[in-house]
Ligand binder design. Structure first.
Ligand code: NAD
Length: 297
């Protein structure tokens, strides 16, 4: 194995420390405590785990966490009214509605009801437009985490060829946009892409966000490329135990790549760290305070 392992867990720990330091400073200098409201509709087990973890880490960073749990059959009207209330609440600087929502609720309508300046997930259409035009916006947490790790490893990304596999609104598209904003030459590959192996072979940076276990083999990777594995897939491992794997075949890719993120311990921890960072950024913007350069896009 030759690749440098990009330790997302350690990196996320450093981001959380910077967030906590910034929060302490805001409290001391301005008597302001950033607050994050998380809304969970229904009882999806994975979502419950994420929401608990987000709440815990928010409090550990010195911020206020407000959890709102609604029944799975909550009407759109009730959910929208709750968002309106959070939009108007001066103690709340970030609002996150945990996805996926139950199928009777219109996700676009719900997300676009969040005040853009409190949209710490960066999914509101205004933030998507701002990011797409290279303006200051709230940036989706998972792609932001990937970008921060790539910048930390490479310094400048200017002129690099980047291939993003996956075109979802929450990962693939914003990831491609961030890389473009950092002057990469970007290709977005997806389920209809022809000759995917050849497309990936031209990349200095590969970001895999597909949701297919170990789909990218090492012989698709250019020697020395950086591989960022966003995928989180549960497969059956030895002895019938569930095992977490990414979208890239770690062993074979690590033997040719220059750098690679592991699963678990790569992109995953960075996502929540960036959510905390976005909440601080939102709080700074709402209150007209200087932002931290450390976790901006
Ligand atoms: P998605 O299902 O919305 O999108 C998957 C994308 O992959 C689609 O755009 C599709 O075109 C593309 N695709 C599917 N099959 C393909 C193929 N054979 N070849 C090329 N492209 C193909 O998924 P998503 O929400 O973007 O998530 C992707 C993965 O990232 C999942 O495993 C998810 O669990 C994981 N994820 C991880 C984090 C994290 O914090 N680490 C956050 C979000 C998502």
């Amino acid at each position: 194995m030759s690749a440098d392992v990009i330790d997302g867990k350690a990196f996320a720990g450093r981001v959380r420390e910077k967030v906590a330091a910034h929060v302490a400073q805001m409290k001391a200098d301005h008597n302001i405590t950033p607050g994050l409201a998380v809304v969970l509709v229904g009882e999806d087990p994975a979502s419950q785990v994420y929401v608990r973890s987000k709440g815990k880490q928010t409090v550990e960073a010195g911020m206020n966490s407000y959890e709102h749990k609604l029944d799975a059959d909550t009407s759109e009207e009730v959910l929208l009214a709750m968002i309106d209330k959070l939009n108007a609440d001066p103690a709340v600087h970030g609002i996150l509605v945990q996805l996926p929502l139950p199928s009777h609720l219109d996700e676009d309508l719900v997300i676009n009801r969040i005040a853009p300046e409190k949209d710490v997930d960066g999914f509101h259409i205004s933030n998507v437009g701002l990011l797409g035009t290279g303006q200051k916006s709230m940036v989706p947490c998972t792609p932001l985490g990937c970008l921060l790790m790539l910048r930390d490893y490479h310094g400048s990304l200017s002129g690099m060829n980047a291939v993003v596999i996956g075109r979802s609104n929450i990962v693939g598209k914003p990831m491609a946009q961030l890389l473009l904003n950092d002057s990469c030459t970007v290709t977005i590959a997806h389920s209809r892409t022809k000759n995917l192996a050849d497309v990936v072979r031209g990349a200095d940076i590969v970001v895999a966000a597909v949701g297919r276990p170990e789909m990218v083999p090492g012989d698709w990777i250019k020697k020395g490329a950086s591989v960022i594995d966003v995928g989180i897939n549960r497969i059956e491992g030895e002895g019938g135990k569930t095992k977490l794997v990414g979208d890239v075949d770690y062993e074979s890719c690590a033997s040719v790549a220059g750098a690679i993120t592991p699963v678990p311990g790569g992109v995953g921890p960075m996502t929540i760290a960036c959510l905390l960072a976005n909440t601080v950024t939102a709080c700074c913007r709402i209150n007209g305070l200087p932002e931290s350069e450390d976790f901006s896009s």
